[in-house]
Write a protein that binds this ligand. Sequence first.
Ligand SMILES: *[C@@H]1O[C@H](CO)[C@@H](O)[C@H](O)[C@H]1NC(C)=O
Ligand SMILES: *[C@@H]1O[C@H](CO)[C@@H](O)[C@H](O)[C@H]1NC(C)=O
Ligand SMILES: *[C@@H]1O[C@H](CO)[C@@H](O)[C@H](O)[C@H]1NC(C)=O
Ligand SMILES: *[C@@H]1O[C@H](CO)[C@@H](O)[C@H](O)[C@H]1NC(C)=O
Length: 776
Amino acid sequence: MHNNNHFMSMPILILFISLTLSFLPLSFSTPYIHSLNKGSSLSVEKPDQVLISPKGVFSAGFHSVGDNAYCFAIWFSEPLYDGSHTIVWMANRDQPINGRLSKLCLLQNGNLILTDAGQLNVWATGTESISSAQLLLNDTGNLVLLTLEGLILWQSFDSPTDTLLPNQPLIKNKKLVSSRSQTNYSSGFYNLFFDNDNVLRLLFAGPETSSIYWPDPWLNNWETLRSSYNDDRTAVLNSSGHFKSTDNFEFTAVDSGIGTQKRLTMDYDGNIRLYSLDKIGKIWSVSWQAIQKPCNIHGICGPNSLCTYVPLEKFGRRCYCIPGYKIKSHTDQSLGCEPEFSLSCSDGEAGFLELHFTGAMVFTNYNCYTKSLLLNGYRSTGFPDPMYIKLPKVTLKSYTNHVQGFSSDCPRPVSLQLNRTYKKPQENETLQFLVWFASAIGGVEIICVCLVFCFLYRTRPDSVATTQSYLQIATGFRKFTYSELKQATHNFGEEIGRGGGGIVYKGVLSDHRVAAIKQLNDANQGEAEFLAEASTIGRVNHMNLIEVWGYCAEGKHQLLVYEYMEHGSLAENLATNTLDWVKRFDIAVGSAKGLAYLHEECLEWVLHCDVKPQNILLDSNYHPKVADFGLSKLLNRGGGHNSSFSKVRGTRGYTAPEWIFNHRITSKVDVYSYGVVVLEMVTGKSPLTNSPSSGNSGDMEQRHLVKWVREKMNETVAKESWLEEIIDPVMKGRYDASKMEILVGVALQCVEENKDARRTMSQVIQRLVHHEPSDY
Ligand SMILES: *[C@@H]1O[C@H](CO)[C@@H](O)[C@H](O)[C@H]1NC(C)=O
Ligand SMILES: *[C@@H]1O[C@H](CO)[C@@H](O)[C@H](O)[C@H]1NC(C)=O
Ligand SMILES: *[C@@H]1O[C@H](CO)[C@@H](O)[C@H](O)[C@H]1NC(C)=O
Ligand SMILES: *[C@@H]1O[C@H](CO)[C@@H](O)[C@H](O)[C@H]1NC(C)=O
């Protein structure tokens, strides 16, 4: 939308720029900007393009919040002793933007917008003005969009983030929202706001629960001296440090007086504090805080934890996990603790552990909810009654009142990374070139205008190209042209595999990466649909899943470009006996991880539906990567059936009984196929070619391998001897018998006829990795 506008006005803009530049060639080099006029912008790529308030107290510009992640922010210009800047406001705290091509633009229509990588609008004021307008930063820290007549169209004081500056009123329907953590500026869980009864309160709005914790929720308004009889709902801090709210709440900073810089901040630890700047030490000191006992702040240690006052710790408290629980995340304290055990409702295997001097606000552990939580627990000698927690009886004794402490006030700084690739829009290069050109040539505008038209005509991006570059920025994977792939594969000369709906060719891309390029044969859906599915596959990212680099969709040609795997498929390697026992076990674990990720962890639930040795590829170190996932979705659409699975997928020998009996298809079909693959790796026998006994029905015929292994196991009494009988002769005497037993046991559980008796892929990993003994 803006793009087009921008585009139409470009010849005029360029004419204007070239005229201006011929008279004022140096106007571009001034880094400090006091105002932004219509049609101009601040670029993230020019870090010294900042708006400075008239006396220089505040600055506004792009602030880095991680690698390649920026927010448009206002900060105190004067750095602190450690060189850091104190942020007082952010436009896009929850949606950082890229370090390239992103801009803050004041459009001709009066709208102030923030664009991400030149394409996506992440924030806008939504203002409109036909007359001229200016963006100014006031010395109060207020960023104001003013008309020529002095009318305020928009101001940052109206939409505070976590900080209130002197003379910035907090009013009805506005709130201060804390940051997530010291290093993460996105919206956190703590709010300062006017409640429905006109009283100013602090609210913990966590992911699962929310509760008011200030003023003390046990007390009435008259006990806290708050008035609910004034519906003005305004609170303001004046510049000498006096805070006054319409509910009669007020306080004065201990160091009140004019001159020192002040800010009232809703801190990420849930306390609201007034800070004054110590000009000599260049450090903020607390001159007032709402909550004196830090454990009274709700949610501060997260679920299933206890808070204890420890005066010497940073915020005067320390968090502990309750016995039997462990810290969920070392970088995010608010996630609290999670059980180290699993407790189910039915079995009576639980016992209770007594904790002394402990209290909790909410406690639902006695009932067996799926999410039983202990919230806002704290520990203090002031509590006379003990508290009980439910734990598995087996482990009860080992916990005897020991609690695991975690100091979470110094989270390791995690840097946020936006990993995207860029394709610089050509119009930009044209513009830059023209600016340079115009300033060099100066007065010869006529030539310039002519050039503008020539260039515009040549580089006008069509809408598909725009969508393309946007997708590339958003998903990091790209579109290839058919001719590009034709060249990369030497006219589809080297075939390296077949199946999964297409033929795979080896190719070398123009950036010298070796790729496997799959040409889909029965995919005839539209480009948009194909693209939607392909980009889903492109977003899946796991070390045991093949990486997809891009796609091509041109008419009937639909192709996917994958990373190339040096050692080919598991099938080839089994056929040539190149895999020893250690490699085979690692391949079993790795492919289970890849499948578990597809089933359980990735953004969109993907069934593979065609797990077989041909689709497990091995890299130069024989690490496995599952290939061809997502194709079941991709290929299905073309058939015109809307039901997800209209016909049997997969490969004979590896398909689960559900396909044959037309039962509901779940992730357990992949588990079945995986089990067959593992049996094949162990025995070296393909499920189809080896037919030890003749089956009658087609269904039974393809289960020979499974049946044969089960029979061998039941026939022979001694463990070693049946293992010796079934395993691939190549490995005889050169394997770990106990691990092998686990592997075969797991595989047999995967190929149970009843899908509910089969394990999930993550349970498979648990057993293989933790070597739990098999039930077999
Ligand atoms: C700008 O700051 C001055 C004092 O420095 C103040 O009087 C004025 O109201 C402010 N304007 C806005 C729009 O905040
Ligand atoms: C701030 O408010 C206090 C209390 O009302 C008052 O005494 C003081 O003069 C005010 N300061 C300013 C700068 O208005
Ligand atoms: C910051 O917090 C948000 C919201 O909880 C989260 O989505 C994001 O990943 C966090 N960023 C970092 C760098 O941890
Ligand atoms: C980001 O991309 C670069 C280059 O493509 C890669 O080396 C790096 O590992 C990626 N980082 C993350 C966090 O994915």
